[in-house]
Design a protein around this ligand. Structure first.
Ligand SMILES: [Zn+2]
Length: 56
């Protein structure tokens, strides 16, 4: 896994946008708009957090 990341262009390696996650991931999405290492994990968690902030 680590070797695979090193071989890829650096631009596509991004750090997870979740404040409590330090995972680096390979952004293979179109437009490179992905912000989290895992949409199901950090993505959902961050969305819920923002939603809560907006409604409280
Ligand atoms: Zn993450």
């Amino acid at each position: 896994m680590e070797r695979l990341l090193v071989d890829e262009p650096r631009k596509r390696i991004r750090k997870c946008g979740a404040s409590d996650c330090d995972v680096y991931y390979l952004d293979t999405s179109k437009g490179r708009r992905r912000q989290w290492c895992s949409m199901k994990g950090c993505g959902n968690r961050e969305k819920q957090r923002r939603w809560r902030c907006a409604t409280q």
